[in-house]
Design a protein around this ligand. Structure first.
Ligand code: ZN
Ligand code: FE
Length: 252
């Protein structure tokens, strides 16, 4: 983030809620629970003008109604009847202005059928929820490998220095898996060392960048010859490579 302050609020065991702070107010992204958000905003004396939701899972929306009722926040999320309460539904190509920042909406189905991501070109940041993770991607609960692969390719096309703020601290597990399928990738091996160090110190691994992910995240590297060879899939279609990596990760 260039102009705004972005605060990571840990929730549950490994979720991240984000506060996009602008003066005395903030936008809250994916408030899975209200308690940690209330604490984080009260020490900073903030109001909640807006709430952004990436998808309907309870670990991302569980605190939304309570916060919206308390602060009168405007809620924006994907068009999905599984999200309770009043909110503005947005989809691919829409823009949302929160705290003076304009976010472009990407539809990124795969983890859920209506999952969206929010991108600010001016701030150079992407709020990816459970679509693109640091060194991984979300499980395919409601989408095919082809859908998720296409969703991630849209995000991979963003500028390399775009910062990625994802929904979970899964990075260490993701990177350990990634090395198991892409062992010759020196950037990845080096990144695993950095991630281990950060986690040993209790530090978050967020944000990463699109450039870092393209170099090390196996789900963005389905056309890489060395990765394909390591999987025994040299010359295979990128979607088939993606499907193989995803099913290995599910069983890992
Ligand atoms: Zn989810
Ligand atoms: Fe989640």
């Amino acid at each position: 983030m260039i102009n705004c302050e972005l605060v990571l609020v840990p929730a549950f065991a490994d979720n991240y809620v984000y506060l996009i702070v602008n003066g005395e107010t903030c936008a809250v992204v994916d408030p899975g629970e209200a308690g940690p958000v209330r604490k984080a905003i009260s020490v900073r004396h903030l109001n909640v003008s807006d709430i952004l939701l990436t998808h309907h899972h309870s670990d991302h929306i569980g605190g939304c109604l309570e916060l919206a009722q308390t602060f009168g926040s405007a809620v924006t999320g994907p068009a999905d009847p599984r999200i309770p309460g009043e909110f503005k539904a947005v989809g691919e190509g829409d823009t949302v202005a929160v705290g003076g920042i304009e976010f472009y909406v990407f539809a990124v189905p795969g983890h859920t059928s209506t999952h969206i991501a929010f991108y600010s070109a001016a701030e150079g940041c992407l709020l990816s929820g459970d679509s693109l993770f640091a060194c991984g991607c979300g499980r395919l609960f409601e989408g095919s490998p082809a859908e998720m692969h296409a969703s991630l390719q849209k995000l991979a096309a963003l500028p390399d220095d775009t910062e990625i703020y994802c929904g979970h601290e899964y990075t260490l597990n993701n990177a350990e898996f990634a090395v198991s399928v892409d062992p010759e990738n020196e950037d990845l091996v080096e990144r695993l060392g950095v991630i281990r160090q950060l986690r040993a110190e209790g530090q978050p691994t967020i944000p990463s960048t699109i450039g870092e992910e393209k170099a090390t995240n196996p789900f963005l590297r389905c056309e890489d010859a060395a990765l394909q060879a390591a999987l025994g899939l040299s010359g295979a279609d990128a979607v088939d490579v993606f499907a193989e990596i995803r099913s290995r990760k599910d069983a890992w």
